[in-house]
Design a protein around this ligand. Structure first.
Ligand code: FCB
Length: 450
């Protein structure tokens, strides 16, 4: 029988801005997402994260729900402006106290907190000083990382620096779909990206230097996956190449971020393609960026399929009629076989799937239940692929369903529901969906009932 390895971590995830609310409470400073949401028309339903899931006040109820589900680990993010309202300098003790309560509350229920330091709520005060375009951003972030590690690493072992640099740089600084809503030149985007990579490296150094125990550290980039629709070796190699090659002037590649972090240099094809736009790279920068990491955290939701045409060439398979989520993302469970496999073969680090999940039109039915069989099938198919990858030799360490709660889905506001738990945003009532009960049973069986 196929099995996940002993110690496999069954988790779920969320991020500060998407669930906390209380954007002006308990001393929190402004973030670029607050700033973005204040501009009419940028978030499709006109909403913001001012209240979100009110997790700031209801965290204990949410921890209890996770506990009832038998969740092993919860991936949360810390809101940088809740700790440093101005990004640097004066510390907000109330912010530290809040995360203390969460960490202790989770541990009291046997749930391991895994912390992401930056999940996009960048302090507006630092944005006003140039944000990621200012090289000092690396030091601002490292100082923040140092403080958080100092306060929480006695109890928290697993850490991520940046969540999805591809998105906060590409969508945030190039296409203006996300905060801070900039359309910078590609040259500037690459400069900001370089600073974010430096921030990662300096943060890892600061974290290791201040750790109260040996830490597991990774970053959580988007895992972009192309996969073969048959096991023809030509197709497999074409899918691997498509997963790692840089072909366009945009931020959406695996290698522009992961290669410097893990292999110590920018990928050759990117350096060639981006030649006219390259950032200033100072002596020693690549060594700072290239810190030893303990895991490759991948956020993988969907993949691009490749098939062979009549001439034996690999071409995109349009997957006509394939299932789609309400985000309009294809349901392609193979991405959780090939993504972890390709990433493991290239980078050699244990793989943790730090995000995978689907948005669905869920509502509370007349019987009081939220039935979401589509989500159950989505997760089941993805986990079967992940388990197959593990059984084929990929070191797969864990899986975190995105997300525990329906929440503020960035530019889509509250219109996209990813949660295992339904949230009524009028009353804040939580209703575990049928997928939550199913996931509980999967966890209890160690995945055997898949
Ligand atoms: C990822 C983000 C996460 C959530 C999911 C659906 O890109 O990291 O915050 O929005 O997508």
């Amino acid at each position: 029988m196929q099995k996940f390895k002993d110690g496999f971590v069954w988790g779920t995830a969320a991020s500060s801005y998407q669930i906390e609310g209380g954007a002006k409470d308990q001393g929190r400073g402004d973030s670029v997402w607050d700033m973005f949401c204040r501009q009419p028309g940028l978030v499709s339903d006109g909403s913001d994260g001012m209240t979100a899931c009110d997790h700031l006040n209801r965290y204990q109820e949410d921890i209890d729900i996770m506990s009832d589900m038998g969740i092993h680990a919860y991936r949360l993010s810390v809101a940088w402006p809740r700790i440093f309202p101005a990004g640097t300098g004066k510390i907000n003790q109330q912010g530290l106290d809040y995360y203390d309560r969460i960490v202790d509350g989770l541990l009291a229920k046997g749930i391991d907190p895994w912390i992401t330091l930056f999940h996009w709520d960048f302090p507006t005060a630092l944005y006003d000083q140039g944000g990621w375009l200012n090289r000092d951003s690396a030091d601002w972030f490292a100082d923040y990382a140092e403080l958080i590690t100092d306060k929480f690493s006695d109890r928290v072992k697993n850490w991520f620096t940046l969540n999805e640099p591809q998105c906060f740089l590409g969508l945030g600084h190039h296409s203006a779909e996300h905060a801070p809503g900039l359309k910078m030149t590609f040259e500037k985007v690459l400069q900001a990206s370089h600073h974010a990579l430096l921030a990662h490296g300096k943060a890892v150094q600061a974290m290791r230097a201040n750790a109260k125990q040996t830490l597991n550290i990774g970053a959580a980039p988007v895992g972009l996956v192309s996969y073969p629709t048959s096991d023809d070796p030509r197709l497999i190699e074409a899918a691997r190449a498509a997963t790692f090659d840089i072909k366009r002037l945009d931020c959406f590649s695996n290698t522009w971020y992961a290669d410097p972090m893990i292999l110590g240099s920018y990928p050759e094809d990117g350096l060639a393609l981006f030649e006219q736009f390259l950032p200033e790279i100072r002596t020693g920068d690549m060594e700072i960026i290239n810190q030893p990491l303990d895991m490759y955290a991948a956020n993988i939701y969907s993949g691009g399929a490749l098939k062979l045409n009549d001439k034996g060439e690999a071409v995109a398979d349009d997957l006509i009629g394939v299932g789609r989520t309400t985000m309009d993302w294809n349901v392609t469970p193979e991405c959780l076989y090939w993504g972890p496999k390709f990433l493991y073969e290239r980078y050699g680090l244990p793989i943790v799937v730090t995000e995978n999940g689907m948005a669905n039109c869920d509502w509370v039915h007349t019987n009081g239940q939220v039935e979401d069989p589509g989500r159950i099938d989505y997760v089941r198919r993805h986990l079967l692929n992940l388990r197959q990858a593990a059984n084929d030799g990929v070191d797969v360490a864990g899986y975190f369903y995105w997300s525990i709660l329906d929440n503020f889905e960035w530019a889509f506001g509250y219109q996209q529901r990813f949660g295992l738990v339904h949230v009524d945003f009028e009353t804040q009532k939580r209703t575990p969906k049928s997928s939550a009960y199913w996931y509980r049973d999967v966890i209890n069986s160690g995945g055997d009932i898949l």
